[in-house]
Design a protein around this ligand. Structure first.
Ligand code: 5RP
Length: 220
């Protein structure tokens, strides 16, 4: 199966976690697009969705799924999103699509984070995928210098402005031995809006599309 076919398989598999009459938290990316398409087949059973990006909102609206503002919602039973890397502890690198800040906010509200990914995203140690960091534009070079001190090689993602009007630094060459400490350290740098490490709040369930088309289910 192709990578995209595997993304579709896990997008469909995530439907089993959708509870009737609830609002569903929606991530961003090509895997999530498959989940949104699957969700549209049961849209009459749910109240609607809270979205983590303009791109996902557009797809949801086009398919007739009601969008809720996160501020209208007290709880979300599930948040479904992809990952750029996921380790055996279900900690992730996210932000390849530059939506990491809203993703982290919506995920924080949800009772369960369901990660959907093809098996190419599985790693033993996070860091081969360059770590995305959303940064306030004026802090770009300061934050970059601090990231070099942490052993990384930050690269400015050219021509990308996030949905929140900020820039992205992608940090290469990091071996993230202790993801929670790294997340806290980078979060604490003035000018950093969000680091794309989802370690303090990792996934609760991961649905991994394997090469043979089967779905591996990982649970905390
Ligand atoms: C967007 C993300 C995505 O979940 C991540 O990049 C995976 O994307 P895809 O499903 O296209 O492989 O974090 O900010």
């Amino acid at each position: 199966m192709t990578q995209d076919e595997l993304k579709k398989v896990v997008g469909l598999a995530a439907l089993q976690y959708v509870q009737p009459d609830t609002v569903v938290g929606i991530g961003t990316g090509s895997t999530v697009m498959h989940f949104i398409d699957a969700l549209a087949t049961v849209k009459h059973l749910i109240k609607g969705a809270v979205s983590s990006s303009e791109a996902s909102t557009l797809r949801l609206k086009n398919l007739g799924i009601t969008i809720f503002d996160l501020n209208e919602i007290d709880t979300l039973s599930i948040y479904v999103d992809g990952a750029d890397e996921i380790n055996p502890h279900m900690q992730m690198i996210k932000g390849g699509g530059a939506a990491l800040t809203r993703e982290k906010i919506v995920a924080a509200v949800a009772e369960k984070f369901i990660c959907i990914a093809d098996s190419s995203k599985e790693v033993d140690m996070l860091g081969s995928f360059p770590l995305p960091i959303e940064v306030i534009s004026m802090a770009r070079t300061y934050v970059a210098r601090e990231l070099v001190k942490l052993g990384g090689m930050p690269k400015y993602r050219q021509h990308v402005v996030t949905d929140n009007g900020n820039i992205i630094l992608d940090v290469h060459n990091l071996r993230i031995v202790d993801p929670i400490t790294m997340e806290k350290t980078i979060n604490a740098l003035p000018g950093v809006v969000t680091v794309g490490l989802f370690a303090m709040r990792g996934a609760d369930i991961a649905l991994i599309g394997m090469a043979d088309g089967m779905v591996k289910i990982m649970k905390k």
